[in-house]
Design a protein around this ligand. Structure first.
Ligand code: TYD
Ligand code: MG
Length: 449
């Protein structure tokens, strides 16, 4: 028999064998608590088997539809029996609404669903359910904060359950602490995972997030669940984005977009419409591109304003493209294409609040900048897809065909791409596709200089 003493931080769940005043992981003081573990030889011996991985032993997981296509797509095809999803998001973003709607659709499809609410009273949930029009005989509701009591209601006939939220529940047999403390959150999550596995039903846990966007509670929580989804949105907008951060059963590159309306959340099919109002803009300083959010192509409008300044240090601001990248592009434009930026304040913006991380929008940014500086619009209904190198060369972008198809779907007529892109028979037939080697060539083709 061996005695192991561990010190576990009650704030972040960090575990160490040495006692220190300050947690080395989260920096909190006085939060390390002593936990003694006794390991016997039998427990150390382990009971796990070593298995051979062969194609024959692999069966793809069966999927259960949540009734919301957009959610199913982000999940990689639907919920997986025995799999636990953690849905994180700020308070008021719409987590409870989304899940209650999913529960309603599943109940209507004949699945017995249990919605466990630790935060709201049954009257509040029932009111919301009736507003959303999801009341059904198959939708059962449990309101309370005792996790063992709640999970005892997950009986044989339940086909899906939701726990809203992991921070509001209390595990009576586990280390003391208020609901929401790391020990409690971990214990509650583990009980839910054990239950979902034992009953072989899918489950969703709701988790609140802290100010810096992390799911509140021990970091361990994200490791022990199978799927982590984040639900985000800007305060001023009614649009909500659903993204996968981890998925043991599929990819994490799908984007789900919803609009919060009076009668609940509605999926937004036309995602490019969020960022582009389809005005056939011929104003100087505007150029279109197709950005990728995960694997979702989004047509975006890059806008630049150039205002003359008398100050020796002109101002550069950029929203949607990293400022350093924008400054670099301005320097390349000046040096390689001879478009002088020095005497102008420059303001770049991607319309609609989109943020583009990959360099595929470089060409559109340069064209928009040159067009603003020279006061000449580029041709209408066109998009610009290319990365710009320091020598002023136009480089290929990833997943070009996907981007071109989205541009065509939205009625764009022309695309300017890198000459190094290999022709592909699946490119849209009705678009005029022009290849360029350099930024100079692109500006000439666009009629900017
Ligand atoms: P909610 O689902 O309670 O958020 P969370 O569970 O993430 O905290 O959503 C709360 C907000 O959504 C609230 O401010 C009201 C708004 N809302 C609507 O606009 N329409 C609706 O149909 C519902 C149910 C909520
Ligand atoms: Mg809620």
């Amino acid at each position: 028999m061996t005695n192991i003493t561990r010190y576990i931080c009650s704030d972040c769940g960090f575990s160490t064998v040495t006692k220190t005043g300050k947690c080395p992981s989260c920096g909190a003081w006085g939060t390390l608590e002593q936990h003694d573990e006794v390991k016997t030889a039998a427990s150390r011996a382990g009971h796990s088997r070593v298995e051979v991985v062969s194609a024959a032993s692999v069966t793809p997981p069966g999927r259960v539809s949540s009734g919301i296509n957009e959610l199913d797509r982000v999940l990689g095809g639907g919920l997986v029996p025995g799999g636990v999803v953690l849905l994180g998001g700020q308070p008021g973003i719409g987590k409870s609404t989304l899940l209650l709607q999913a529960c309603g659709f599943m109940a209507a499809a004949g699945v017995s669903v249990l919605y466990i609410s630790g935060e709201e009273s049954s009257a509040q949930v029932a009111l919301r359910a009736s507003r959303l029009g999801v009341a059904s005989g198959n939708l059962l509701l449990f309101c309370g904060s005792d996790i063992e009591d709640a999970l005892s209601r997950v009986t044989e006939d339940i086909g899906f359950f939701v726990l809203d939220s992991v921070q509001a529940m209390r595990a009576p047999d586990s280390p003391e602490g208020w609901p929401g403390t790391p020990n409690q959150v971990r214990a509650v999550a583990q009980l839910v995972i054990d239950k979902a596995r034992a009953m072989n039903v899918p489950a969703v846990l709701v988790g609140h997030i802290t100010k810096d966007g992390k799911i509140a509670g021990p970091m361990l929580l994200e490791h022990i669940v199978d799927v982590v989804l984040s639900f985000t949105g800007e305060g001023y907008s009614s649009y909500r984005m659903l993204r996968g951060a981890k998925n043991r059963y599929g990819g994490t590159d799908e984007l789900g977009v919803f609009e919060m309306r009076e009668d609940g959340l509605r999926a937004v099919e036309d995602k490019s419409g969020l960022y582009w109002n389809r005005a056939d803009t011929v104003v100087p300083g505007v150029a279109m591109t197709v950005a990728l959010e995960g694997s979702t192509p989004l047509v975006a409008e890059v806008q630049t304003l150039a205002a003359p300044t008398a100050f020796p240090y002109p101002k550069r601001t950029s929203r949607g493209i990293e400022l350093n990248r924008f400054q670099l592009l301005a320097a390349v434009l000046e040096k390689r294409a001879g478009v002088v930026c020095g005497a102008y304040d420059l303001y770049l913006n991607i319309a609609g609040g989109l943020s583009i991380q990959d360099p595929s929008a470089d060409l559109a940014a340069c064209v928009s900048l040159a067009s603003a500086l020279l006061g000449r619009p580029t041709f209408a209904a066109s998009c610009w897809l290319g990365e710009i190198g320091l020598a002023g060369e136009v480089r290929p972008v990833t997943r070009l065909t996907l981007r071109l198809r989205e541009a065509e779907r939205l009625g764009l007529k022309r695309a300017v791409i890198s000459a190094r892109e290999k022709n592909d028979s699946s490119w849209p037939k009705n678009m005029e596709i022009k290849k360029v080697n350099s930024l100079n060539e692109a500006l000439k083709i666009g009629g900017v200089c």
